[in-house]
Design a protein around this ligand. Structure first.
Ligand code: HEC
Ligand code: HEC
Length: 426
């Protein structure tokens, strides 16, 4: 690492050298073993637009092609009949997604909780934080492959990207606009949007059109084409290591993960788009109601303090209850059910579960291995697995084969234009 930093300091580098050094840096990071899972992990992978060798020009064509033709390992996207994608809608959707003027105090865009360099989620926060530091009770999901979900949000309270966007725009702890009408009025008056809306819809901004453009852009974030896909669908035997192949066997066999995180003959979404009680939500609720007297507060990777729970609570907001799907249906049997997450790109979408409470894949695997708390409503498929250390490692290595090989180009597309929101010109 020292050698790399001194090179940075002493030489004027051209781009290819920079890319080479970055790759070296990423390799160094990938081979650093991850630390204790309760410690926050400083060996994050890096997703950078600089690693994409496609030009920024014409990114919309590539995004459009992905959403129409599909990608290895994934089915074609089912676009709504009344919102077929177009280059102009995708271009407008991207601009809206990155525009900080769409929040009440012009500081917060969608991309600040769904950060492209962090696989369209947020690696640093267990639960999301909106304008003026107001926090949410849930973890920001990655928006990669969001077009394949039949239900949106951890509790499935929305179904369409065309309507989902209203919620973050007006939620007090997200973008905090007093009404969605005010946002539409703003967009009708911002000069730089005029052409974008005209090209996409032949008219000015409206509620429907904002939803359609954001939907078309987000459905273009298709991220298949992983080493697993090359191995399983292209029959390229060398794409996976022996450990990953053993992990696949566990995933679809003894560990039974594949019964909810589905893999089909032609493609794999790694979700059944249904709601289940894994026991995790129930366990979180128990911890909320009966907290340990002492909690460990970590301030740097190797420095933590033990404080009393009461002291910590005196400076923060109380942790909210989360009953999952029940909050949408109010049916008692839906308590603590959450939507099955897709496991595509799972190695780069930490932290995990609806509350971001598990920092690493190893920790998630430990949870499943334990069989959960086993309370009466828990799904019967979650049982103690008694996996050996080697088996847990194999499973983790398998999950690491689910990372798309073209993520850096999705980042590059997102960052292909300036966000145009430096000044407020209305
Ligand atoms: C303050 C952070 C924050 C901002 C800003 C934000 N989101 Fe989110 N987003 C979240 C969180 C947290 C969730 C999960 C909430 C839940 O499940 O209850 C979420 C969920 C979603 C989902 C559902 C994903 C899934 O897997 O079902 C979509 C789509 C989405 N956001 C798009 C957007 C768009 C578009 C914007 C901008 C208009 C936006 N978000 C702004 C934090 C944010
Ligand atoms: C009964 C269905 C079911 C089974 C079996 C199952 N899962 Fe899950 N999985 C879920 C649900 C539901 C969630 C979302 C839980 C939450 O957010 O609280 C989830 C979440 C996850 C997550 C976190 C996803 C994220 O984005 O935060 C990982 C990783 C995961 N499961 C891996 C596995 C592995 C590995 C196995 C096998 C050992 C497995 N799952 C077995 C239903 C299941």
């Amino acid at each position: 690492m020292y050698v790399i930093s001194s090179l940075f300091l002493n030489y004027h580098m051209n781009l290819s050298m920079f890319v080479f050094l970055k790759t070296l840096f990423v390799i160094c990071i990938l081979i650093v073993p991850s630390g204790h899972s309760n410690a926050y992990d400083v060996s994050f992978p890096i997703l950078s637009a600089l690693d994409c060798d496609e030009s920024a020009e014409g990114w919309e064509e590539r995004a459009y092609a992905r959403s129409i033709n599909g990608v290895l390992g994934l089915p074609n996207i089912d676009h709504p009949i009344d919102n077929q994608p177009s280059l102009a809608k995708i271009r407008l959707g991207r601009k809206l997604f990155f525009d900080r003027r769409l929040s009440i105090n012009k500081t917060m865009s969608c991309a600040m909780c769904h950060v492209p360099e962090q696989a369209f989620t947020n690696w640093e926060l267990q639960t999301a934080v909106g304008v003026e530091g107001r926090s949410l009770k849930r973890n920001s999901p990655s928006l990669l492959n969001v077009g394949f979900y039949k239900v949106l949000f951890h509790d499935g309270r929305d179904k369409m990207l065309e309507t989902q966007f209203v919620s973050p725009l007006i939620a007090r702890n997200e973008m905090a606009n007093p009404s969605v009408g005010l946002v539409i009025d703003l967009l009708q008056n911002l000069a730089d949007y005029k052409n974008y809306f005209h090209q996409a819809f032949g008219g000015q901004a409206s509620l429907d059109r904002v939803g359609m453009a954001l939907g078309a852009y987000q459905r273009s974030l298709v991220a298949g084409n992983t080493l697993f896909d090359h191995w399983y669908y292209n029959k390229k035997d060398s794409a996976l290591t022996e450990s990953q192949k053993r992990g696949f066997k566990l995933f679809t066999g003894k560990a039974n993960c594949g019964s909810c995180h589905l893999i089909n003959d032609k493609h794999a979404l790694f979700t059944d788009n249904l709601f289940h009680d894994t026991g995790y939500g129930w366990m979180r609720e128990r911890k909320r109601q009966y907290p340990n007297e002492k909690v460990l507060v970590q301030v740097t990777p190797d420095l933590s303090f033990e404080l009393s729970h009461a002291k910590v609570m005196s400076v923060g907001l109380p942790v909210e209850a989360d009953l999952g799907r029940y909050e949408v249906t109010e049916k008692p049997e839906d308590r603590w059910k959450f939507r099955t997450s897709s496991l595509r790109n799972i190695a780069v979408t930490m932290p995990y579960m609806h509350d971001g409470g598990l920092p690493s894949l190893a920790e998630v695997i430990n949870f499943y291995d334990s069989g959960g708390p086993g309370h009466p409503l828990q799904d019967k498929r979650i049982q103690p697995l008694n996996l050996s250390k080697k088996e847990r490692d194999d499973l983790e290595n398998f999950l690491e084969s689910l990372t798309s090989l073209n993520l850096s180009c999705l980042v590059a597309e997102g960052r292909s234009h300036d966000p145009d929101n430096h000044e407020i010109d209305h």
